[in-house]
Design a protein around this ligand. Sequence first.
Ligand SMILES: [Zn+2]
Length: 311
Amino acid sequence: MINQRTIAKPVSMTGIGLHSGAKVEVAFRPANANTGIVYTRTDLNPTVSIKCNAQNVRDTQLCTALVNEDGVRISTVEHLTAALSALGIDNLYVDVNAPEVPVMDGSAQPFIYLFASTGIQELSTPKKFIRVTRKVRVENEGKWAELTPSESGFHLDLQIDFDHPAMDKDKQHYAMDFTGEAFASDVSRARTFCFMRDVEFMHAHNLALGGSLDNAVVLDDRRVINPEGLRYEDEFVKHKLLDAIGDLYMSGHSILGNFKAYKTGHDLNNRLLRALLSDSANYQILEFTKPQEGQSQTIDFLDAKKIIAAY
Ligand SMILES: [Zn+2]
């Protein structure tokens, strides 16, 4: 039996907003089974809540945002969502006192660490998985992403294609069998990256006021300008994989299937998820109410105690 999860107790964190550059506080509270991930803008009067789901996702120039029917948005949710996916957290209240979740270091690692230290609470209701039952593919200008049925678990295979002196051609592909631990150790620390020319453009338009070398890898025409260099030699493709994991968890349910993509991004990933969910012949909602023989269809989520021991 694989059950739904939330966090063991309330916890909060403070960081800088990528858009505003201002200090942002986000408070997380445990939620009951089948609540989903619910964001609340506590800076608005009255407060506004938006449930995380594929239909509310908007890709912006800077980040992924959740937007409700009245146009109220909460931005920069993608790396937090990737961390929730790895921890198998299905239910959570996220209260933010700003239009955006703090960007932290541009990776998922601060969220993993926070929740692993806080503790994970298993609930008594079975977890719901989305199992891909037939191939779904989306394409755009030579970029593509697809989901196909898998005999076991969730597998990802992603290729990027940058022509840049600091991005080795043989470090632009990454494949993984998704487990919480593989995500935490091999992918979660990969940071967002951008090019100096983008930074100049954004600052000229008063965007990304909180963006800095503290929360992104920045490349000029020749090299990575962050003095500390890269965290993984294939950090760029790993960050794109991290983004895809977050994007595919926007439905609030873990996927059982094979994800394969070429030069994909938030927009294409979200279109893929919507395409999957648009036809009930593409998928099946599964619960594992009995112990599985050989765990053949399941994913191992992050064991918080092991992660804390590793830090
Ligand atoms: Zn990202």
